[in-house]
Design a binder for this molecule. Structure first.
Ligand SMILES: Cc1cc2nc3c(=O)[nH]c(=O)nc-3n(C[C@H](O)[C@H](O)[C@H](O)COP(=O)(O)O)c2cc1C
Length: 179
């Protein structure tokens, strides 16, 4: 019997996505990177301000510095690509003030990141969303102006081995219907 999971590619990609932390060194064709980035910029954003920037870091020395900034998470350097997502704070601040910088810019970039992850999975790549890093060290490594806040580093590559899905809290625990 066809299940919902089989019939809808998006639902399958959502179910298949897991955080991958072991990668083959296989390079990623630019066409695939562009597909992931094109999906990322389709995300909704407050007032359609699109306050995102993406640094596609293929340079091994830079990836090494990002891994150091990420408290030694060495898979950031081992993956062939690390995409750094930046929030362009003045783009939202000019319209929304502090709510823009402290909330919308982070929601907007997070939505873009999730699109990127799901597209990567549909193309056969593994990803890991890395949020634990010293922002000042990442900013220094990438020579960022202060207006651009690095919000995440996404390691992307062909998975080496199989990663087991982690458990989720049941719907009953997190959902409440109010009719
Ligand atoms: C905001 C955020 C920050 C994260 N930071 C890290 C990180 O620094 N290092 C890491 O290995 N995983 C990181 N993760 C991945 C989570 O550990 C992972 O998504 C979670 O354990 C659920 O596992 P799954 O992605 O395989 O479903 C982060 C995820 C998010 C959303």
């Amino acid at each position: 019997m066809m299940t919902t999971r089989d019939s809808f590619p998006l639902i399958r990609a959502i179910a298949d996505r897991v955080s991958v932390r072991q990668f083959k060194p296989t390079p990623i064709p630019e066409e695939h990177l562009r597909a992931m980035l094109s999906a990322a910029i389709q995300a909704p954003s407050a007032g359609n301000r699109q306050p995102w920037r993406f640094l596609v870091v293929r340079n091994p020395g830079l990836r090494q510095r990002l891994a150091q900034a990420a408290h030694g998470q060495s898979f950031v350097a081992a993956a062939p690509v690390a995409v750094v997502i930046l929030a362009d704070l003045p783009r939202t601040e000019s319209r929304y003030g502090s709510r823009g910088t402290s909330l919308y810019a982070l929601q907007d970039t997070a939505a873009a990141i999730q699109n990127l992850l799901l597209t990567a999975v549909s193309l056969g790549y593994g990803t890991c969303w890395v949020g634990a890093f010293a922002e000042d060290q990442a900013a220094a490594a990438l020579d960022l102006p202060s207006a651009l806040r690095p919000v995440a580093i996404i390691a992307v590559g062909v998975p080496a081995g199989v990663t087991r899905a982690r458990e989720r809290r049941p719907l009953e625990e997190v959902v409440e219907f109010r009719d």
